[in-house]
Design a protein around this ligand. Structure first.
Ligand code: NAD
Length: 486
């Protein structure tokens, strides 16, 4: 791996301490970082390098999956960290930053490879990219890469505008748009699960699959993020990015060979085949919800509208369910149901493929269940296959039998570890390409407008439930129901 300088904007923020420092530390322990590297951290607080290193150490004790046992273990890692306070909106700071980076590059005798990670609010993305260009930070004699966090735009026009600005400073192949769902080991596993298993590959089409269900449900509410969430809602926060990425990963035709370019081409092609839902039709295929008061794990929790920072008459969606169709040969007539929400009964991200059962009518077994392939992404990572078997201990009664493959979660690398490692290697397979982002926005834009114009009812669901009952009706129209964990 190339020696490099990792420049972290927003290093005193929440994401850095919870995810980025632990990810870098675990990569360091696994010797997956270059021999020589620096992490130059930027924030607004005035801190010395030593103070900042102590702050990073503390974050590792709290958030890393492997805790540092003693100072000697963590010191060789922290030694690479430097801190600089600067206002990212002011060009002067970038000159000082360039000086610091060049000094470190000389000291370590490493090439001018620079990774810029923007862990800051999205309104800073364009100004930082522009300043990187104008200050000369981006014209070193090595590679330069930009990693940006979501959200990528607020709607189609703003995403296009942002992309055009980023392109003034970075080429598309230098931009790594993080969608951390693509870093989850089970999501990455989809890339090999099907081609490596002819038994699944043979069944991966409308001949055998009855429907696909993709769920990402959370038990938490809006927490301290009302300022952002009020303007975003579930449609922008989850649906446009994570949920559509999960759909692409599940339903794309895996290209051979599986290369970055081929995967991207297939994902875009899938999005192009998604049947558009126009604004006036949205209410037939999409359910929008907002949580009311209720109970989570036996504890009373307030309604969304009573959360701090939320407008008492807020129409923001905290839940969305949608029925989608892919207009192409393989997936013709296979409905895809997607739902995501806050304050739901269970915390779970999973993809369920329900198989057709053509012999069911001819067979009197009332207890017979459909075969289900479940890819569980969160909180545990596992794959299960539900079959039917007779239980001799229960008078030969038919029962679902579940084959289960799971890996202990404490051994699983975190999404950010896998993604940072890929970005450092220059592999963008599991990052969102602009074409995908733009196509996803294009598809979602009529829904965003339908929400804004209140063309759909806002169903209030009790916290701790599976969401509005209307979300069940979406499936009942085709004779299906949601598969829950229980
Ligand atoms: P945060 O508010 O906790 O941190 C923001 C950082 O930006 C701080 O270090 C702050 O000092 C810095 N900053 C703000 N204004 C600045 C200025 N003018 N000059 C210099 N520095 C400035 O935010 P966060 O939660 O860490 O999120 C960072 C990014 O990651 C955002 O784009 C967010 O949408 C995204 N994100 C965060 C999470 C998460 O789990 N926290 C998850 C997904 C995406």
């Amino acid at each position: 791996m190339d020696a490099m300088t990792f420049v972290l904007f927003g290093s005193t923020g929440d994401l850095a301490k919870r995810k980025l420092f632990p990810a870098l530390y675990n990569l360091f322990l696994e010797q997956k970082l270059p021999q020589a590297f620096s992490v130059i951290n930027l924030g607004r607080k005035p801190l010395s390098d030593e103070e900042f290193q102590a702050y990073v150490e503390q974050s590792l004790h709290t958030f890393s999956r492997r805790k540092p046992e003693d100072r000697s273990q963590v010191e060789p890692f922290l030694r690479n960290f430097r801190y600089l306070d600067m206002d990212v909106t002011k060009p002067e700071g970038y000159r000082e930053l360039l000086k610091r980076i060049e000094e470190r590059e000389k000291e370590l005798n490493i090439p001018e490879n620079r990774m810029f990670y923007l862990s800051v609010a999205p309104e800073f993305f364009d100004v930082i990219a522009l300043n990187i260009k104008e200050s000369g930070l981006g014209s070193g004699r090595g590679w330069k890469r930009l990693i940006i966090e979501k959200p990528f735009g607020h709607d189609l026009p703003s995403a296009r505008k942002l992309n055009a600005k980023l392109n003034q400073a970075f080429e598309e192949d230098e931009i790594y748009r993080i969608d951390h769902y693509l870093g989850k080991p089970m999501v990455q596993n989809l890339e090999t699960l099907i081609p490596a298993n002819p038994v699944l590959k043979a069944l991966w089409s409308n001949q055998y699959i009855a429907n696909i269900q993709i769920t990402a449900s959370e038990t938490v509410g809006v927490e301290e993020r009302a300022g952002y969430y009020e303007g975003a809602g579930a449609i922008r926060d989850m649906f446009q990015n994570h949920m559509l990425q999960l759909l692409m990963m599940t339903a794309m035709h895996l290209p051979t060979p599986v290369t970055e370019q081929n995967v991207r081409k297939q994902k875009s092609s899938l999005l192009k085949s998604l049947r558009p839902i126009c604004k006036t039709e949205a209410a037939r295929h999409v359910v929008r919800g907002q949580y009311g008061a209720g109970e989570i794990h036996g504890q009373a929790v307030p309604a969304y509208r009573d959360e701090p920072g939320v407008d008492a008459a807020s129409m923001t969606d905290t839940f969305i369910a949608a029925r989608l169709w892919i207009d192409e040969f393989f997936w013709k007539d296979v409905p895809i149901y997607i739902r995501t929400g806050k304050r739901m009964k269970e915390k779970s991200t999973r993809i369920v493929l329900e198989f057709k059962d053509r012999l069911k009518e001819q067979n009197a077994d009332a207890d017979r269940m459909p075969n289900l392939l479940t890819i569980q992404i969160n909180p545990d990572e596992k794959i299960t296959l539900q079959l039917n078997g007779r239980n001799p201990l229960k008078n030969g009664r038919m029962e679902p039998v579940t084959l289960d493959f799971s890996v202990p979660s404490d051994q699983m690398p975190e999404a950010y570890e896998l993604l940072l490692f890929d970005a450092l290697k220059g592999d963008a397979t599991f990052f969102a390409h602009w074409e995908e982002v733009e196509l996803a926005w294009k598809w979602v834009q009529p829904l965003v407008e339908a929400f804004e114009e209140n063309l759909l009812p806002l169903h209030v669901y009790p916290a701790g439930s599976f969401g509005p009952a209307m979300a069940d009706a979406l499936l009942e129209e085709q004779g299906f129901h949601w598969w829950h964990d229980e």
